[in-house]
Design a protein around this ligand. Sequence first.
Ligand SMILES: Cc1cc2nc3c(=O)[nH]c(=O)nc-3n(C[C@H](O)[C@H](O)[C@H](O)COP(=O)(O)OP(=O)(O)OC[C@H]3O[C@@H](n4cnc5c(N)ncnc54)[C@H](O)[C@@H]3O)c2cc1C
Length: 391
Amino acid sequence: MIDTKIKEKKGCTGCYACANICPDSVNCISMVEDEEGFWYPKVDYNRCIECGLCIDVCPVLNYRVVENALTAYACINKDEQVRLESSSGGLFSVLSEQVIEDGGVVFGAVFGEKFDVVHSYAETREEIGKFRGSKYVQSKIGDAYRQAKSILESGRKVLFTGTPCQIAGLKSFLRKSCDNLLCVDVICHGVPSPKVWKRYIEYREEKAKSLTQRISFRLKDEGWKRYSVSFLFKNDTEYRQNFNNDLYMRAFLRNACLRPSCYECKFKSLHPQSDMTLADFWGIQNIASEMDDDKGISLLFINSEVGKEMFNKIRNEIIYKEVDINEAVKYNSAAIKSAQYNPNRDNFMKGINDNIPFDILVRKYCTDKISIGIKRKIKTAICKVLKIEKV
Ligand SMILES: Cc1cc2nc3c(=O)[nH]c(=O)nc-3n(C[C@H](O)[C@H](O)[C@H](O)COP(=O)(O)OP(=O)(O)OC[C@H]3O[C@@H](n4cnc5c(N)ncnc54)[C@H](O)[C@@H]3O)c2cc1C
């Protein structure tokens, strides 16, 4: 069954499609955390009836190519407050408000009780706030695909948001297209380990000598491009640091703690399975500088007719400009390229397992040392200028 088909860890995105499809009467697939903190399916062969559904719905084993012609837009939510609370231009909130107004249900990633990240759903405008803002850690899908299916079958609209592999997992799980489903993914750098995230929260709480009250990955006080990570603690103290200096963001952005499948992501392409794709519009200053006020701009790809219809519905709520998709991707390579494997990744993850303090691990494995190759090139250039053999 599915666990025997996954030959290498990079062949599983942890999307939960297999666990969701396993019939209720059998329920033999559990998602088990490995030593790095990522979930993989484990089959209980005493209960398995070998129906093969788990293999049929795996989006990696049944990878499908989608034919679609994308259009791209720079977008800003006209609601200034919501935009400031969002990671980019606040487009997610506009889309979800529209779906709620249409009587629908919105699925997305929320912080759980201990700031773990899980998929959940909302049925009211007030509840949407819990999804707002990126949480840079793999979100646990749990039963979300099953819940979405039963809501879709009741005839209500569903907006499902997540990473490209989570959207591929949902589509595979549903096994048919649904007119009342809108899928929106985010351009994804890669997802860090929930175990590393847990260790970081513990590290911060130990420093603050207090439990956490609120976390934000993307505070825009110093601007959208120089965003900060913030922890507000129950003793009313705050930790706030620019993303470049925050230890967790350094490990994340230097690819030291991503899921193995992220280094060879199958779902990076300009042919996504979603109807719409959201991202930060990095490089906006070079493409539509008149929109760049450093408060956050969303890059939107419209990938299907359903996406186009939705865009027409929300046009009045946003400021937007159509842009050349290839130009936009030039400044956001995560749209099409997997994260580069960090040669120190396994040492970093082992250090997490061995309980080595977070700051020591990041300083040891996530610094920007100049690579030997670049050093060599600099030396050769100096030699040429000085017309000598060696420096
Ligand atoms: C792990 C991750 C990596 C990303 N990498 C990039 C990147 O490399 N380049 C880029 O341009 N953009 C990236 N993004 C997307 C970007 O950070 C914004 O989420 C996106 O632009 C939407 O912003 P917004 O202002 O419209 O709405 P916001 O309110 O900021 O976004 C909220 C949306 O993000 C979803 N979300 C939040 N956390 C998660 C999670 N852990 N897993 C799944 N969905 C989540 C919510 O469900 C909701 O749909 C990434 C997002 C995540 C979660």
